[in-house]
Ligand binder design. Structure first.
Ligand code: AMP
Length: 281
């Protein structure tokens, strides 16, 4: 496994591999890897010859009062985990390598970025789509792998790739969870013992909503009220949003007829957790 810090070296490494006809799979991450990231790398390994994993905590997707500075980092451990999952190239650029000082260009997807997480995190998705476009242009992969954990992000990236005619297949991989159902996240380390215990209510409430839909409930208002009540039963939970929307357009729905996305964002103390479920009836 090769660890590369500069764009030039990455390009020099990738170019001959592409000329040899190798398929390049790409997994962008912010590091502090866990089994969720590893599942993406493993999937990429099944489908490609060369697996590039980027580790880059992207400043432009954090708001001014968010956790950019204290975002967990552990490069040594990340390199071990990425290697044992099948990564062949790790790209670890500095911020100055990715962002020129007088950068004037951003990539922005409209509408679908203005809902759910986009409402509470203005500029977040512009940061994501800009850095992902840059990384796509640097790595030039055939396929790129994203997690369903960040449901809105996956939808936004797919839309961007379609709208901008970017010739990369976007593969969305299932959410990997802890044994008690909590979706794995680098930010779970912020939770104290009591918050961690109560945080399982996210998955529990999603599963209970799923059960209700299976049993015939179609009323979105009733379902979201039910989920909110369940989450609020945990005293440390502070709901940011509970939304049931069309899984492609993120438009509001009132009755469940098509495929829907149930998306949650809940704070426990200073830690913001997200989770979601896609359901078709
Ligand atoms: P991050 O490092 O948090 O930016 O995540 C990098 C990629 O890993 C994103 O595409 C995430 O959606 C994905 N990811 C994060 N957590 C999980 C998880 N628990 N299961 C599956 N994919 C995940």
């Amino acid at each position: 496994m090769k660890v590369i810090k500069t764009i030039d070296e990455l390009r020099d490494t990738i170019k001959p591999l592409k000329l040899q006809g190798k398929d390049i799979g790409f997994v962008p991450t912010m590091g502090y890897l866990h089994k969720g990231h590893c599942s993406l790398i493993e999937k990429a390994t099944e489908e490609n010859d060369v697996i590039v994993v980027s580790i880059f905590v992207n400043p432009t997707q954090f708001g001014p009062n968010e956790d950019f500075d204290k975002y967990p980092r552990d490069l040594e451990r990340d390199l071990e985990m990425a290697k044992s999952s099948g990564a062949t190239i790790i790209f670890v650029p500095d911020v100055q390598e990715i962002y020129l000082q007088n950068n004037k260009t951003y990539v922005e997807v409209k509408d679908i970025t203005e809902k759910l997480c986009g409402l509470k995190r203005p500029g977040h998705f512009r940061g994501v789509t800009t850095v992902v476009t840059k990384l796509f242009n640097i790595v030039t992969p055939d396929k790129a792998y994203f997690g369903q954990k960040d449901a809105q992000q996956a939808i936004v990236i797919k839309k961007m790739v379609k709208d901008l005619n970017i010739n990369i297949d976007i593969v969305v991989c299932p959410i990997i969870r802890e044994k008690d159902g909590l979706a794995m996240s680098s930010r779970n380390v912020y939770l104290n013992t009591e918050e961690r215990k109560q945080a399982t209510i996210l998955y529990k409430s999603l599963m209970e909503a799923k059960e209700k839909i299976i049993n015939g409930e179609r009323d979105v208002k009733k379902l979201s009220e039910y989920i909110k009540n369940r989450i609020n039963s945990e005293p440390l939970a502070n709901i940011e949003y509970v939304e049931i929307v069309d899984s492609e357009t993120l438009a509001n729905v009132f009755n469940i007829t098509n495929e829907i996305l149930i998306a949650l964002a809940v704070r426990f103390g200073k830690t913001r957790l997200i989770d979601n479920l896609i359901m078709e009836v």
